[in-house]
Design a protein around this ligand. Sequence first.
Ligand code: SAH
Ligand code: F3S
Length: 455
Amino acid sequence: MEKLISKNLVSTNREEKGKKVFIKTFGCQMNVNDSERIKGILKTLGYEFTENWREADLILLNTCTVREKPDRKVLAYIGEYRKVKGINPNTKIGVCGCLAQRMGEELDKRAGGVIDIMFSSYNIHHLPELIQKAEKGEKAIEILSEPPKNEWEMFEYPTVRENPYWSFITIMKGCDKDCTYCIVPQTRGRERSRPIRSIINEIKELVKEGVKEIHLLGQNVTAWGKDFETPIPFSYLLYKIAEIEGVERIRFTTGYPTDLTDDVIKAMGEIPQIADALHLPFQSGSNRILKLMHRYYTKEEYLEKIEKLKEVKPNIALSADVIVGFPGETEEDFLETLDLIEKVRFEQLFSFKYSPRPGTPASEYSDQVPDDVKTERMHRLLELQKRIMNQEAKKYIGRVVYPLFERYEGGKLVGRSSENKWVEVESDRKDLLGKIVPVKVERAGVYVLRGRLMV
Ligand code: SAH
Ligand code: F3S
């Protein structure tokens, strides 16, 4: 840390003092965590944060390209923010994240040449140099085709987080699966696991700062450790983290069904801090479509995993991602998806209409599903999911849940329970902020549980 700061930052520190940065983050939790790291770097450089892009000296967009919708959104936002050049011609515009990675300089061309800084998720830690270059009036574009050797150095910078009591921890990057619809392996690269010592050290630091809950992140977090010279099982990491004094709750996202092996499930049962919640994308309930997607499991195997999970964690709240209208999806295939949803009874489901992504195999399949069919199926899926969520919510009434209270607003304590539900309690007990507290649920909505304190 010290070394990095002296190497990269001190020289620019004085220049940047008093400057303001506006950051807009699109997409997944990985991007959110990358933005927290970027904020940490910029804070070290002396930047202040602003919510108003018009007054910023630096506007940074951390972008997403997983579907066409985020692409369009990002381009629209760049179109809006470029107006800043009319207000303050010295303001720099920076773009990073997956759309920047996918399009590179082409994105700058599409944006009319207004982009001053561009970088990959691989080289976030090069930002100080890139800013210096842009300050000199040069284009600072550094989109790498693969991660540099010193990629993990970025974790030596601190993060700036919204909340003091819980934190994301990136434990791996990239994805080695080759789902035929997905652009992520192109934009985030091959799987790289973060060294265990680096993970443990960051968690120890966070705990010292008052963090109680940690949320391990990666595109395919259950594959952590496989790429080491001597592979280490993900379950080992879970036990090691649980041993750190002060870690009161552990979550991890996203798991891949076949990598959720028996030892991981066993660890989930044995480690008391592991939350009663898991996000396990299934994408489709049809074995035929799963095969076309290059997902390495069947519907039956997925359901078996869920059964095993429920054996070790009977109250587990499950969530997942599902794609509607993958090329070639028939009505029968779609009914299999609905059947899987009925069987598992997810408490939250993120459903996406299939969106062809440039360079992915599925985008070239000839039997694309028409948009009106996708929309109609999506509508039915959402109806079913709404019914299940309403029914599932009722089971919480009368139950005791354990939120980690993270904010106080309007006379209420608000926190997330182990099952990943928002819990609200009318109370002025601000001393309970940052604590995991038992709450008896009196009213249960789909997303929010309301109740009274048991302390
Ligand atoms: N393993 C990753 C998944 C990244 S993409 C993770 O950590 O979350 C997030 C979700 O977007 C996927 O699970 C999938 O459901 C959806 N998705 C990915 N590519 C898509 C596409 N081309 N069209 C529609 N949905 C897609
Ligand atoms: Fe994408 Fe499949 Fe990996 S959804 S991120 S290629 S597991």
